[in-house]
Design a protein around this ligand. Structure first.
Ligand SMILES: *[C@@H]1O[C@H](CO)[C@@H](O)[C@H](O)[C@H]1NC(C)=O
Ligand SMILES: *[C@@H]1O[C@H](CO)[C@@H](O)[C@H](O)[C@H]1NC(C)=O
Length: 391
């Protein structure tokens, strides 16, 4: 409680100091259509929790929403009971129009994964193809959000803020909708959800941990959800709370969490482990961090694919993914490509910013140290692939 109060006081003080210099930034953000927001307003993504209940630690910190709501478009607002000051919206902030699309399934394409646990890339690709055929009018920039939204964990206020979609306040970001509840596609949706939902469980009760939500590509296990969240960020890329949302929804998100957890409890590993395929099961080789090898590979793949989206935004998601993961495709050169997209210093900065945001609700740590430790652990683990990038 004391810590929360202290953080509150510090936050308010910091925000008061920051407010003057932020006003110019806010004005320019508004002129850009409100898609870029002042750095600290992203925290107010937790406002939704505040609206419902004030028991959450983050809610007590939401005092600064008053500041945000009067200066930043949209992202933060007063509680329902307090009249919201009218925001004057420059004409350039007209929300991005999205063409209404028919989400009615086109045909009764049969998708019947006879083995729902066939978590191979071949199966995933077949199911994704079939879903795309069922929704031929849905453009890739919407399909990717529909895929993401199959996993409710990737559709919390935090994620909405990260993507700047479905904000409750008009004129901010754009609206995206989930797949319609269509019985004919339910099995396909369930399969996709299972392949994207990352979790670690002792499924047999034998003390050996199974990593789920990974697909098998060659001998690798790839956390597919992270690939999808990265591609989605590519369509709605922006900087938020000092973070590049593409990094935050992929690699710096995992490294930031991992570094944060390790700062709170130094017995927690910072990276890994890898695992072993045993038929359908991927069993972890030891105690796990918040950045397993499968998550890191998925993060890197998501980061690479997300960074390319704007070059060819109309390419169907299935084609993008197939091209990347085909034999001889770029997944075989992922580290080489990754190293050209971001420097170690930039990754460390992103990781630090993520840890800084993350600690608001998960407890305060030294985020510079957390980021440094996590990125160094990443370098040590993938030393062979990263080479001089780590110097
Ligand atoms: C499509 O499948 C649904 C559910 O299986 C069924 O109720 C419906 O009649 C089918 N429609 C067509 C046109 O075949
Ligand atoms: C898994 O799916 C692929 C692609 O659809 C298929 O070729 C393969 O036979 C399936 N394997 C099993 C064990 O069902």
């Amino acid at each position: 409680m004391k810590i929360v109060l202290l953080m509150c006081v510090l936050l308010v003080a910091a925000l008061t100091l920051a407010s003057a210099q932020n006003l110019a930034k806010i004005a320019s953000d508004l002129a850009k259509g409100g898609r870029h927001v002042c750095p600290y307003c992203g925290y107010c993504g937790y406002q939704y929790k505040c609206d419902r209940s004030c028991s959450h630690a983050a809610c007590r910190m939401c005092v600064y929403r008053f500041h945000c709501s009067s200066t930043c478009i949209g992202l933060c607002r007063l509680p329902e009971t307090t009249p919201r000051p009218a925001t004057t919206t420059p004409s350039s902030t007209t929300p991005k129009e999205t063409t209404p699309v028919s989400t009615t399934p086109a045909t009764n394409t049969t998708i019947n994964p006879n083995n729902p646990k066939n978590f191979t890339f071949d199966k995933f690709k077949d199911v994704l193809d079939a879903v795309e055929k069922l929704f031929p009018d849905v453009p890739p920039e919407d399909l990717i959000h529909k895929l993401r939204m199959l996993v409710s964990r990737y559709d919390t206020p935090f994620w909405k803020t990260m993507y700047l979609v479905n904000d409750k306040v008009p004129f901010v970001g754009r609206d995206v909708s989930p797949f319609p509840n269509d019985p004919a596609s339910q099995e396909a949706f369930d399969y996709l959800r299972q392949t994207m939902l990352h979790s670690i469980k002792d499924t047999d009760g034998d003390g050996r941990l199974e990593e789920q939500g990974v697909i098998k590509i060659g001998d690798d296990a790839i956390a597919l959800g992270h690939v999808i969240t990265g591609i989605a960020a590519g369509y709605d890329r922006h900087s938020i709370s000092g973070m590049d949302n593409l990094a935050a929804t992929t690699i710096s998100g995992d490294l930031g969490q991992s570094g944060h957890k390790n700062q709170l409890d130094s017995t927690k590993p910072l990276i890994g482990p890898s695992g072993t395929w045993n038929g359908e099961k991927f069993t972890l080789d030891g105690p796990y961090s918040m950045a397993t090898d499968a998550e890191i590979l998925g993060d890197i793949d998501g980061y690479i694919m997300g960074s390319r989206v704007q070059n060819d935004p109309t390419t169907p998601i299935s084609s993008r993914v197939k091209e990347y993961y085909k034999d001889g495709g770029d997944h075989e050169r992922r580290f080489e490509i990754f190293k050209t997209l971001i420097t170690k210093q930039e990754l460390q900065k992103e990781t630090e910013e993520f840890a800084d945001n993350y600690e608001i609700i998960h407890g305060s740590v030294d985020d510079i140290q957390a980021a440094e430790n996590a990125v160094n652990a990443f370098c040590a683990r993938f030393n062979e692939e990263l080479g001089s990038w780590c110097n």
